[in-house]
Design a protein around this ligand. Structure first.
Ligand code: ATP
Length: 905
């Protein structure tokens, strides 16, 4: 690194690196075009700190704790405590306050758990940077970048730090995050004036901006807080809020319910006073008890924790959720649109056959291993005797950035799989690239579907080599290389037949072409390749399907989800692979190509999209049209993507799915879900998880609401009929609290029901609780509430004192809820099965905890003082247990009737 005296000089260069020559910037940073050594980088990292923007300070602990007191229930509790104080009932006052604190504490702990779960997820999505260290290009965590590092960016990358460009190829960067300018800015390495504004610094890359097209190399000049974005500190936060439409709906529901409860409490007090002549303290007690009983205070926290735990479990299964909402949406997905290469297939490419005008060649060998031969009619084909083959492998090998390295006896690919296959083909054919130098390149983009290089041979010969999608190259060719190595007119029909033939075998087809460069020019533009190419030949590449993806597609079909393949490959290849993978069946398969799609009217596409499952020759911009067409027919769409141009389609789809390995930062940021393993099977699993989590939410809500229903019913009935109160407010608080900390969390851990992937997708418009669920809630409220009232008045009639009758009532409530928990483990399926005892250990831990707490309530003397409870005998336990079993069985009978009604209807 630079030392003492040089600093001032270096400082002035680094104050405005955009105005300095590249070499001066390197010198000022003590770096070179070969990048830093890892030692120097580590030392610099220790000096300047990680390349990270300061995170916004968290709200202080006291404020976060206090925020949990901003809740309707807590207000009711605090008001109740106040009333108790006025009435001089200090024990109740203390208990109610204690419960308020415990409640807030539970909320605080739950929120912490949920936040930690989500934090862990966002850490999985850390940004990486492509950097040159110790002379080799590697990938490091973007946080480890330091000034002086040489970085490489390509379309779709988020720029990891502020950097001075050294070299660019068609580089365009979307700097809207920084400058507000929505059109991508063209970038080049030439200097600009020292006083140029951020938006005019064409030779700089700025941290946080997005590479829209092309590639570039740049030397890092500022990291972390020293970057432009760090200075204006607009933070791009990736941590998702704990809020989703569902939590908002439920929160709103909670508020409306609270109002209703207050209104009912007032009615109750008025009737109690006017009709039954209760005393004011009695009515206050009843009103407090009723309010506390009726407010479903655990609901929002329950939903949040269920979602957050679900997200965590999904991440363990390789599906990283960026937005909590996706968990809800995943369960209603009706169509999954998937890329082919790497998602449905393994993306391990091997060239199998070569077609030139001079012959058909077979290629042996597997994977990226270089052992194998190129043969014609089973005899080795030498390059000297086959000019077409020679021209083809020369093009495919030189217009190529991949290589293979041997490690531990296996060949490993460095670079893109398609290019790897073509590189290995060159090695097998005996092509030696030594002596060739690349003078210029037009990089591959999925929009153009080709790549070209200007190469100079050792003898000074110059040639432009082009490889890419066959149709793109055919359209640009005017001649072809003949069997003897001479140029002849292009026979498009011949090549189209050959392309179809290779495609029908499920092979990915790439074409090679070449042209003479403009004399005296050492640069290459896309426009140089628009016409006049000489077509050389074709290569057919296998890319085996992922076996687990084949199974996942079958599972999707059973689950009522349609799978569509969207690929840049040739239609023949697409159909062959789609058939192999079980996406389509039979002979009459409809395919839509990108071209047909473009020519089509909106209505026609809207009609066709739902029934066509294979899309070939598409470009990223076609995806958005497909998504819109499907959505216009009411489909809920999950769409995968990896390239920068896929981002709009991912945003448009209900569930955008980005590839974690292959995907660009732009796609990941647009996506709801990121697949850590790029695998289609993971999408299917995510859908399954989504359905499971939604089920669990319904189960939890279905469990929780009757709890409140039963308790409030007990008090309401007692007051309306002028009877003694079966539950004191503090006792209601007790039941609420113990079931809140034990039972209500058990269902968030419930496993998937055996038929989750055997039912059709959920209608996204259906409310989380339908009429059937509301009927169930009413029934269970009446059952548990009725049983509680029943045992209380029966005990009183049998001569037991108030305390023990109330204790029996509390026990009835607790056991009734426990029994009902087992009903709720399966939404529709019968719980009268041994399975109800298996599969969720948390249910048992909650059961044990509930029973222990209840024993404390009944038998601990201090509880008798605080909660007015009393010891009860075997008779009471027996009755309450028996009634709990009856409740369980009646609910099961109701479930069975509902099942039958649905099947009949
Ligand atoms: P999917 O099948 O999921 O759409 P894809 O790999 O086909 O993925 P792209 O990578 O955009 O999508 O490739 C589109 C087409 O471009 C390929 O079918 C192939 O013909 C051509 N192609 C792919 N990679 C290269 C490359 N490195 N150089 C030149 N042409 C390429």
């Amino acid at each position: 690194m630079t030392q003492g005296g040089m600093r001032t000089d270096a400082g002035s260069v680094l104050d405005a690196p955009w105005a300095a020559e590249v070499d001066d910037v390197f010198a000022a940073l003590g770096a070179t075009g070969a990048g830093l050594t890892s030692g120097a980088a580590a030392a610099e990292l220790a000096r300047v700190g990680p390349n990270r923007l300061p995170t916004p300070p968290r709200a202080p602990l006291w404020r976060r704790v206090l925020s949990h007191f901003q809740d309707v229930l807590i207000y009711i509790l605090l008001a109740s405590a106040g009333l108790k104080a006025i009435l001089g009932d200090w024990i109740d006052f203390a208990i109610i306050l204690a419960v308020a604190v415990i409640n807030a504490a539970i909320g605080f702990i739950q929120e912490g758990r949920a936040e930690r779960a989500l934090q862990g997820i966002s850490e999985m999505l850390s940004v990486h940077a492509h950097v040159r260290r110790d002379g080799e290009w590697t990938t490091v965590d973007a946080e480890d970048l330091v000034p002086g590092d040489l970085v490489r960016v390509r379309s779709g990358d988020r720029v990891p730090a502020d950097a001075r460009l050294v070299d660019t190829v068609n580089l365009r960067v979307d700097e809207s995050a920084l400058t507000g300018e929505s059109l991508p800015a063209a970038k080049h390495a030439g200097t600009v004036a020292a006083d140029a504004g951020v938006g005019d610094r064409h030779d700089m890359l700025h941290s946080g901006t997005l590479v829209a097209a092309g590639t570039g190399e740049a030397v890092v000049v500022a990291t972390g807080p020293a970057t432009e974005i760090g200075r204006i500190s607009t933070l791009i936060s990736t941590v998702d809020a704990l809020e989703t439409p569902l939590t908002r709906t439920l929160a709103a529901f909670g508020k409306r319910l609270a109002l209703l409860i207050v209104a009912l409490a007032i009615v109750m007090v008025v009737i109690g006073k006017l009709v039954h002549d209760f005393t004011i303290p009695e009515l206050v007690s009843a009103a407090i008890g009723f309010a506390v009983a009726a407010v479903p205070e655990g609901l929002p926290a329950l939903v949040t924790i269920t979602l957050a735990l679900g997200v965590q479990q999904m991440a363990r299964r390789q599906a990283i959720t960026r937005k909590l909402t996706a968990v809800e949406t995943l369960g209603s997905v009706t169509t999954i649109c998937s890329d082919k290469t790497g998602t449905l297939t393994r993306n391990e490419m091997t060239a199998r056959s070569v077609r030139t005008r001079g012959g058909h060649y077979a290629v042996s060998g597997i994977g990226y291993g270089i052992d194998g031969d190129v043969t014609v009619d089973a005899a080795p084909a030498s390059l000297a005797d086959h000019p077409g083959l020679r021209a083809l492998v020369e093009t495919m090998s030189l217009c190529n950035d991949a290589r293979v390295v041997e490690a531990d006896g296996a060949w490993r690919l460095v670079g893109e799989p398609t290019e790897g296959a073509l590189h290995v083909l060159g090695v097998k054919a005996g092509f030696d690239p030594a002596g060739w130098r690349r003078a210029a390149v037009v990089p591959f983009e999925s929009a153009t579907k080709y790549m070209a290089t200007l190469d100079v041979g050792s003898d000074g010969s110059r040639a432009v080599h082009v490889k890419g999608a066959p149709d793109r190259l055919l359209a640009r060719s005017s001649s072809q290389l003949g069997p003897t190595g001479t140029t002849e007119p292009l026979d498009t029909a011949f090549w189209n037949d050959e392309i179809d033939r290779l495609g029908a075998q499920g092979l990915r087809v790439l074409a090679a072409a070449r042209t003479a460069p403009t004399a005296g020019r050492d640069s290459l533009e896309a426009s140089d390749l628009d016409t006049g190419l000489e077509f050389i030949g074709l290569v057919g590449i296998v890319d085996p399907p992922r076996p687990e993806a084949v199974e996942a597609i079958a599972a999707c079909h059973t689950a009522g989800i349609r799978v569509k393949m969207i690929t840049g490959d040739h239609a023949g290849t697409a159909v062959a692979i789609a058939r192999e993978m079980g996406i389509v069946r039979g002979d009459d398969v409809r395919v839509l190509t990108g071209e047909q799609l473009e020519a089509m009217g909106v209505e026609e596409l809207h009609d066709l999209a739902p029934v066509v499952d294979v899309y070939a020759r598409t470009s990223p911009e076609h995806k958005i049209r497909i998504v819109s067409a499907l959505q216009s027919r009411g489909e809920v769409v999950a769409m995968t993507g990896d390239g920068v141009n896929d981002a709009p389609a991912l945003t448009q789809a209900e569930v955008g799915v980005a590839m974690g390995i292959k995907g660009t930062d732009a796609t990941k940021e647009a996506a709801e879900v990121v697949l850590a393993d790029d695998n289609f099977a993971t999408i299917e699993r995510a859908v399954e998880e989504g359905r499971r989590i939604y089920d669990n939410l319904r189960k939890s809500i279905l469990f929780l609401l009757p709890t409140n229903g039963a308790q409030s019913l007990v008090i309401l009935v007692a007051v309306l009929f002028g009877l003694a109160l079966p539950l004191e407010p503090v006792q209601v608080l007790w039941v609420n609290m113990v079931t809140g900390v034990t039972l209500s969390l058990a269902l968030a851990n419930e496993g998937a029901e055996f038929d989750v992937m055997a039912r059709p997708p959920r209608d996204p418009r259906a409310p989380i609780l339908g009429a059937a669920a509301l009927r169930r809630i009413a029934l269970v409220s009446v059952l548990i509430g009725g049983a509680t009232l029943g045992v209380f008045y029966a005990e009183r009639a049998a001569g037991y004192d108030l305390a023990s009758a109330q204790t029996t009532a509390v026990t009835m409530l607790a056991l009734g809820q426990l029994a009902y928990l087992f009903n709720c483990r399966f939404l529709d399926r019968s719980s009268v099965t041994l399975d109800v005892l298996r599969g969720n250990r948390v249910v048992w831990w909650s059961t044990i905890a509930l029973v222990l707490l209840q024993l404390v309530f009944v038998y601990a003397p201090f509880m008798h003082t605080w909660f007015g409870s009393a010891a009860i005998g075997a008779r009471e336990w027996g009755i309450t247990l028996a009634l709990a079993v009856v409740i369980f069985l009646v609910v099961e009978a109701a479930k069975a009737i509902a099942r039958r009604a649905r099947r009949a209807g």
